[in-house]
Design a protein around this ligand. Structure first.
Ligand code: GRF
Length: 206
């Protein structure tokens, strides 16, 4: 079963998934990270993927006149991998409904907030400004609504009164790196499925 990663930048979540896949020997269960795509040719995550010997490609969104044309090309390049899961790992492009419906129930995203709170950008600052005592990250199925798909897993951290958006983000990141690989594996293995707009788990440990 193939996992395809889409990213735009640093790629620390991708690295965490790769590290976990190797440490837990996902290949023995037939799961492999088959390819990494970036809409930004200069993304650090893309360089990491190449250095790790993975299939890694840039599909530069700036080369396309419309969002639809970009997504069409991205889909054409992803299709040969027949992905069981498409993992958005810091992928900073909104996908068109056409792309999303093509792989419904197979596209995952991690969002750095406790959804349904704070969809969109600048989540750490907004969380602090709202006076929340906890913050977190959410792994969810991607739907046509931005950051609005069914929730698969979440991780939670405290907010300190001294926090800045940067310190809060730094506290959260290691937890993102734990929850995301777990959710990716569960979906890739079919232990978590999208049913009627909800994530359904086949056992309590999923
Ligand atoms: C993470 O905070 C993730 O939650 C958000 O974008 C950031 C990506 O970081 N979607 P990285 O590229 O995985 O290091």
């Amino acid at each position: 079963k193939n996992i395809v990663i889409l990213l735009s930048g640093r790629g620390s979540n991708f690295e965490a998934i790769l590290r976990t896949a190797r440490a837990e020997n996902w290949e023995a269960e037939g799961l492999r990270i088959a390819a990494v795509f970036s809409n930004r040719p200069d993304a650090k995550g893309l360089a990491t993927a190449r250095a790790e010997g993975l299939d890694a490609f840039a599909v530069d969104h700036k080369a396309f006149a419309t969002r639809e044309a970009f997504d069409e090309e991205l889909a054409r390049r992803i299709e040969p991998y027949e992905p069981a899961v498409i993992v958005l790992a810091g992928f900073m492009r909104i996908l068109t409904p056409g792309f999303v419906s093509r792989w419904e129930g197979k596209i995952l995203n991690i969002h750095p907030a406790l959804l349904p709170l704070f969809p969109g950008l600048d989540t750490h600052r907004r969380c602090i400004e709202a006076g929340c005592r906890v913050h977190g990250s959410t792994v969810h199925f991607v739907s046509a609504v931005l950051d609005g798909g069914a929730i698969i897993g979440q991780s939670v951290v405290p907010v300190m009164t001294t926090d800045t958006p940067d310190t809060l983000a730094a506290r959260l990141l290691p937890y993102e790196h734990k929850v995301y690989p777990k959710c990716v594996k569960a979906v890739a293995e079919g232990r978590v499925k999208l049913v009627d707009g909800r994530a359904v788990m086949d056992d309590a440990t999923a």
